[in-house]
Every structure is written in structure tokens, then in C-alpha cells.
Write a protein that binds this ligand. Structure first.
Ligand code: 5GP
Ligand code: MG
Length: 185
């Protein structure tokens, strides 16, 4: 790839602005706070892409809750999922009897979230729900839907607000479509 020196120059168009992101996260956060009041949920973030979304969402949900993180990968640095999932880091908490909310940056094919959801469900939690920042329904190859979704987006490769290409662009404060020439040889 061309290593970016001007991140904005590599963006074709902004899909979700910083303001839209924060407004919608507050909205979904209020919904989560209402749904999980008195349930002491554990929010489980899927590293690394979820970090900005997790931070914003965690502050939007003002009820007693705990945080945890896990790491899997279905990517080999490209723009399409390989379908091969590797478990890199497990969560620290025992989730038996607990209400778990998985937080993820984007639901695309569905294979990552299906893998994570089934893995956590085997540990006897009271419930497991999915909250995604972005949903790309056109990419779905596995029957799985999010319980909470902030934005539905078209079938383009996006970066920003945690989402990367080759680990770059995560620090953009908005979600944008990456110019194809950045990742095409
Ligand atoms: P899935 O397993 O649902 O196909 O994909 C989930 C993972 O693929 C996400 O956590 C993310 O890392 C990656 N992914 C899917 N679509 C995109 C995209 O448009 N942009 C980026 N940067 N990553 C994506
Ligand atoms: Mg990811």
C-alpha cells in the first residue's frame, strides 16, 4: 500500500460525520441504559476497531456496568474477510449468569460476531446481545442481525472512528469511504 501522509486525501467521501456519530451514539446509549437498568451488564468490546465507539458508547450508558475486551481477527491486512478467525485475547470476567452486550465497530459478513457470540453463549450468560456502530447488510453471508445498530451503510470499504486499513486511519473522527486506489495495486 501507499503509506498515507495526508489521510483526508485518501478519503473519497464522508459517510457519517463526527456530529452524526456522537448524536446517534447518545441515542442508542440511552436505549441501552433503559433496557439494562438494574441488570449490571458487561460490555464486551472487540479490539481494536471498537475502541472509539466503545469509549463514546460507554459514556452514553450511565448505569452500573463492567467492561471487558477480546480480540479476534478475520483479516489479513486486505479489505475482504478471509473467514478464518483467530482468537487472540479472551475476556477477563466470568460471564456465567451475566447480561453481556458485545460492542463491535462493523457488522459485515457476520462471521466475526457469530463466532464471538457463540463462544460467549457457551459460558452460560443470562443473555448475549450485539450492539454495532455500523451495519453493512449487503455484505452478509451468515444469518446474524444486531440487536442495536447505530448506522446502516452501503457496501463500500470504510475507515475512521476505529476502522482501519492496514491499521491506519483509525484516528479519523468520522466514517469515510476509502479511495479504492489506496488499496488496489
Ligand atoms: P465480518 O466478520 O462481519 O465480515 O467483519 C467484521 C470485521 O471485518 C470488522 O470488525 C472489521 O474489522 C472488518 N470490516 C468489515 N467491513 C469493513 C469495512 O468496510 N472497513 C473496515 N475498515 N473494516 C471492515
Ligand atoms: Mg474489527
Amino acid at each position: 500500500m501507499i503509506h498515507p501522509y495526508d489521510m483526508m486525501q485518501d478519503i473519497d467521501r464522508v459517510l457519517v460525520t463526527e456530529e452524526e456519530l456522537h448524536r446517534r451514539i447518545r441515542e442508542v446509549g440511552a436505549q441501552l441504559a433503559a433496557d439494562y437498568a438494574g441488570k449490571r451488564p458487561i460490555f464486551v468490546g472487540i479490539l481494536k476497531g471498537v475502541v472509539p465507539f466503545f469509549a463514546a458508547m460507554a459514556q452514553a450508558v450511565q448505569i452500573p456496568c463492567q467492561w471487558d475486551f477480546l480480540s479476534v481477527t478475520s483479516f489479513e491486512g486486505g479489505t475482504h474477510s478471509t473467514g478464518q478467525l483467530t482468537f487472540r485475547k479472551d475476556i477477563d470476567h466470568d460471564i456465567a449468569g451475566r447480561h453481556v452486550v458485545i460492542l463491535e465497530d462493523i457488522l459485515d459478513s457476520g462471521s466475526t460476531l457469530k463466532f464471538v457470540k457463540e463462544l460467549l453463549e457457551r459460558r452460560g450468560p443470562a443473555s448475549v446481545k450485539i450492539c454495532t456502530m455500523l451495519d453493512k447488510p449487503s455484505g452478509r453471508t451468515v444469518a446474524l442481525e444486531a440487536d442495536y445498530s447505530c448506522f446502516t451503510i452501503p457496501g463500500a470499504f470504510v475507515v475512521g472512528f476505529g476502522l482501519d486499513y492496514d491499521d491506519y486511519y483509525r484516528n479519523l473522527p468520522f466514517v469515510g469511504v476509502l479511495k479504492p486506489e489506496v488499496y488496489q495495486d
